[in-house]
Design a protein around this ligand. Structure first.
Ligand SMILES: [Zn+2]
Length: 123
């Protein structure tokens, strides 16, 4: 019982942000509610949530970020502040060009974009 309570909290924490948190960030947040929770427990629960398809992972520069937004979308990372943003844009044309130019059959498209976010650009 206790374990599913921890898992529910961790899921709520990730669902409560659109900033694609890392396990360390989730751990810091989780400790506000469960001061004795360990980083290992956070990692284990995040892994189970991903296995259950309650969360997705986004690998940015070798660092795993967790994402509760499950619909197909792309990601943009600001190379200045490091934040990861959701980009909701159709990749249909991009994928169909690849289908046409190669003999591959593309099932899934995940684009990672890098640049400077609006906030950093204006600073
Ligand atoms: Zn996302």
């Amino acid at each position: 019982m206790r374990h599913s309570k921890q898992r529910d909290l961790i899921l709520e924490i990730v669902q409560g942000t659109n900033e694609h948190p890392t396990a360390d960030w989730v751990y810091t947040e989780a400790r506000k509610f469960l001061p004795n929770i360990s980083l290992g427990t956070v990692y284990r629960n995040l892994g189970q949530l991903v296995a259950n398809k309650d969360l997705n992972t986004v690998n940015v520069n070798g660092i795993v970020h967790y994402d509760a937004f499950l619909a197909n979308h792309q990601h943009f990372q600001c190379t200045s502040c490091g934040k990861v943003f959701d980009i909701e844009i159709s990749t249909k044309e991009f994928v169909s060009q690849i289908d046409t130019k190669t003999n591959h059959k593309i099932d899934k498209c995940q684009v990672q974009l890098f640049g400077i976010c609006e906030k950093c650009k204006n600073n």
